[in-house]
Design a protein around this ligand. Structure first.
Ligand SMILES: [Zn+2]
Length: 415
């Protein structure tokens, strides 16, 4: 049997399926080797999750890469039971209990995986999530920000005072951006910056500065931890999320009194965050004096450089691009799909952003408690680049497709 090995030892799904079948050959003696192979391939394909589940009498294995599931192999149904049993032994779980959810952790081929086993009506479903502590600490330059945003964002961090808020749905890369920001501050100022984080939970012990874990189930809430942290007077505070008015108020006041506060807050857009803070009952004068900027972001997939090719998008999408970039006359690029990208046409992700820096014009509107629409119109007049403009710019520079931008931003396109 010949294996098709595209690059870096990555096998195609077909080759991986054949290899796993030949290894297992009807018994479970080689399950350990088969799991090693499956998970090392998952790591090579940059999968964040591996799911193995019963499906129509078969075992279906899927990888989640760049946020999307991709069917990888189908194996005979009986393999699932052996695989689950093997993982349970490795994770120290109860092998004979097949009727309860179980969770644990395993280490294979130098990578850590969080194990979750769920009883379904068709049999147990196995989910493995890769811990990528090292992958979490990226440089600001690796996030894919457009250059004006990168320059402005880095400049804001250098101020070491005030509040900088990040927003975007879960899975939009906010945590990665915050960690990259903290790493930059730490690299530049070392221990002088005195960074403390308050997180729910601390998933990655970075080993660079103090990290405090809070939980909605314990006495240590975001608000109480923040009050205690402030008594120690750190220079930089990263607060995992502002969920309630009390936490918001303490965070804003900390930003007013000589600290740099980095936090996330739930809202769709940068201007929406300002309206949300006021809805929380935080006084406009506190927002105005504390908040220096709001960054909204979404993740879009980057074109696979191995299979990029010209194509013609749907006319409505061409019109959308022309609206923001009238001078652009192609070519439009997309990935055709190749073994290296598991046929998706994409490899890796980057952040689409909008960075709203507060100035006099916006401050005046905040003082009047203006709504999101009014804030947005004023921001646009002062040169603010909204998410969609940034996305179209990324299409023009050939980094992603217009379809991907529309998907990532949830933009409605009229035909
Ligand atoms: Zn490709």
């Amino acid at each position: 049997m010949t294996l098709t090995v595209p690059t870096n030892g990555r096998m195609t799904p077909e080759a991986l399926g054949e290899e796993l079948l030949s290894m297992l050959g009807g018994d479970d003696r080689h399950m350990k080797e088969a799991l090693d192979l499956l998970l090392s391939q998952a790591v090579m394909h940059r999968a964040s999750d591996v799911h193995a589940e019963p499906y129509r009498g078969m075992l279906k294995v899927r990888f989640r890469v760049d946020g999307y599931f991709r069917d990888v192999v189908e194996l005979p149904g009986e393999v699932l039971e052996q695989m689950v049993a093997r993982v349970k032994v490795m994770a120290g779980l109860i092998v004979h209990r097949r009727d309860i959810p179980q969770e644990g952790r395993i280490r294979i081929e130098g990578a850590d995986f969080r194990v979750s086993i769920l009883p379904t009506v068709a049999g147990e479903k196995l989910a493995l999530r890769a811990f990528d502590a090292a992958g979490r600490l990226m440089e600001l330059e690796e996030l894919g920000f457009s250059s004006p945003t990168l320059v402005n964002f880095e400049h804001l961090l250098g101020g070491l005072s005030g509040t900088i808020l990040l927003t975007g749905p879960s899975g939009s890369g906010k945590t990665t951006t915050i960690y990259a920001a903290l790493k930059r501050i730490h690299d530049r100022y070392g221990d002088h910056a005195a960074i403390t984080t308050i997180e729910d939970p601390v998933e990655y012990d970075l080993g660079l500065f103090a990290q405090v874990q809070v939980s909605s189930r314990s006495e240590l809430s975001f608000a109480s931890a923040l009050t205690s942290v402030l008594r120690q007077d750190p220079g930089v505070i990263m607060l995992g999320e502002i969920r309630d008015p009390q936490t918001g108020e303490i965070a804003m006041r900390a930003g007013l009194t000589g600290h740099l506060v980095l936090s996330t807050i739930h809202s769709g857009t940068a201007c929406g965050v300002l309206a949300r803070l006021m809805d929380m009952g935080i006084e406009p004068y506190i927002v105005n004096s504390s908040v220096r900027a709001v960054l909204a972001q979404r993740l879009a997939r980057r074109l696979c450089k191995h299979c990029v090719d010209a194509y013609e998008p749907d006319p409505a999408l061409v019109d959308l691009v022309k609206k923001y970039a009238p001078e652009f006359d192609g070519p439009f690029l997309k990935g055709k799909g190749c073994p290296s990208c598991l046929g998706t046409g994409f490899h890796g992700r980057f952040a689409l952003t909008e960075l709203l820096v507060l100035g006099d014009r916006l401050s005046g509107l905040i003082a009047e408690k203006a709504g999101t629409g009014k804030l947005e119109r004023a921001a646009l007049e002062t040169g603010f680049t909204p998410l969609l403009s940034d996305g179209i710019e990324q299409v023009v520079t050939g980094r992603t497709t217009v379809e991907e931008v529309v998907r990532a931003l949830g933009t409605e396109v009229s035909p």
